[in-house]
Write a protein that binds this ligand. Structure first.
Ligand SMILES: CC(C)(COP(=O)(O)OP(=O)(O)OC[C@H]1O[C@@H](n2cnc3c(N)ncnc32)[C@H](O)[C@@H]1OP(=O)(O)O)[C@@H](O)C(=O)NCCC(=O)NCCS
Length: 213
């Protein structure tokens, strides 16, 4: 019997077609030899007609508004470090700057049935070679492999651009995100205790997770 997630969702669905045939984690060599290279559109599911297909592609400047809307909607759930309400214009401008910029920062979008349903990417941090990861998917497009597809492209890109580490912060009760990151080789590095003050004055701790490349 396939494994079952806490929300009752069965954990058995096809991996995308670039996944290694063995059960092992893709190695650095897999990535260097072209497994899911950065920028290649990944297509997941859809082959047996049961699982809807999701697509990952590099973000374009014209996606910035829709990407900002995704962040605004997801932020309302309280699952992101970004606190609502999100100023869509300002967020879209920041996305556009990253998309058109020359740094190692990079963004991708997730599409489902031709609709932009999520985005993810990496930003540079103060530590050279360490990139921070962020992913957000609309509620109705979760659980169909989009998070994993985005993360796989992100990890492949991080290898290809010479970064030595990926890091992120997540709320400790965000079990779905933690499950995704752990399954991709991320480990908890520590807890930033009472680190973030929310608008209501409360302080929240964030879990730091990272993966060496
Ligand atoms: C976290 C998020 C990116 C995961 O994306 P997703 O499309 O829902 O997840 P996927 O279908 O790709 O599943 C990937 C893995 O996540 C984990 N996962 C998914 N749903 C889960 C659940 N309900 N409980 C526990 N783990 C879960 C599993 O490891 C799963 O892999 P598997 O199904 O092969 O075992 C997405 O749910 C999301 O955007 N959430 C809101 C924003 C957010 O929390 N972002 C991260 C902040 S750091």
């Amino acid at each position: 019997m396939g494994k079952q997630h806490s929300d009752g969702r069965a954990g058995t669905r096809p991996r995308h077609r670039f996944a290694p045939k063995t059960k092992r984690e893709p190695s650095a060599r897999d990535y260097r030899e072209g497994w899911a290279p950065a920028g290649r559109a990944l297509r997941l599911g859809g082959r047996d007609g049961k699982v809807p297909a999701v697509n990952v592609r590099e973000a374009r400047a014209e996606d910035a508004g829709a990407m900002a809307s995704v962040i605004a909607i997801v932020a309302e759930e309280g699952v992101l470090l970004i606190e609502p309400p999100v100023e869509i214009e300002a967020r879209a401008k920041r996305f556009r700057e990253v998309i058109e910029g020359e740094s190692r920062a990079k963004l991708w979008v997730l599409e489902h049935e031709r609709r932009l349903v999520g985005d993810g990417g990496v930003l540079e941090t103060s530590a050279d070679g360490v990139l921070s990861v962020a992913i957000a998917i609309l509620p109705d497009a979760r659980g169909i492999g989009g998070g994993r597809a985005l993360l796989e492209v992100i990890v492949a890109y991080a290898f290809s651009c010479g970064a030595h580490k990926l890091e992120l912060e997540v709320w400790p009760d965000n079990t779905r995100a933690i499950g995704l990151y752990e399954s991709a080789g991320f480990e908890a590095e520590g807890l930033r205790r009472n680190h973030y003050r929310r608008r209501d004055g409360t302080l929240r701790s964030a879990l730091v997770m990272a993966r060496a490349l």
